[in-house]
Design a protein around this ligand. Structure first.
Ligand code: FEO
Length: 164
């Protein structure tokens, strides 16, 4: 595998682990504020992101490349509202989509067909990731300041099963 692609995949392992860390910090906020359903959603997200990182980890090694683990940035925290967190999660997924698309593009440019095929899974996964986050944002906007509606949504989030 070309050095630039190996580097991009290594960086993406770090980005996925950062996402896991970010979602874990969101889970902590929800749990501390008795929103166990939203905490459950974020715990699941954390697991999924760790899974994404490991998928890339294994791929790099299968291609006879090397993984060099990097420092994971600490999430800033200081969350204020459930809606703000959901919006932040959506914005983060949009950023990840951009990163994924860039690796896909690089694989195409380098004519690295295995990486191109491998990245297709991530390209499609991002469609789902963004759709899920957007749905939560929109439902929270519908709930507005209605605490009963928020608690109902929390119950729904708690029943959510992982899509992976
Ligand atoms: Fe690994 Fe949520 O994208």
């Amino acid at each position: 595998m070309k050095e630039n692609l190996q580097q991009a995949l290594n960086d993406q392992i770090n980005h996925e682990l950062y996402a896991a860390y970010l979602y874990l910090s969101m889970a902590e906020h929800f749990q501390a504020n008795n929103l166990d359903g939203f905490a459950h959603w974020m715990r699941q997200q954390r697991e999924e992101e760790t899974g994404h990182a490991m998928k890339i980890f294994d791929f790099v090694l299968d291609r006879d490349g090397r993984v060099k683990l990097q420092t994971i940035e600490a999430p800033k925290g200081g969350y204020k509202s459930t809606l703000e967190i959901a919006k932040q999660a959506l914005a983060h997924e949009q950023k990840v989509t951009q990163e994924i698309n860039e690796i896909y593009e690089l694989a195409k440019t380098e004519k690295d067909y295995p990486t191109e095929a491998f990245m297709q899974w991530f390209v499609l996964e991002q469609v789902e990731e963004e759709a899920t986050a957007l749905k939560v944002v929109e439902r929270l906007e519908m709930a507005g300041n209605d605490q009963a509606a928020l608690l109902m949504l929390d119950r729904e989030m708690g029943a959510r099963t992982s899509t992976e």
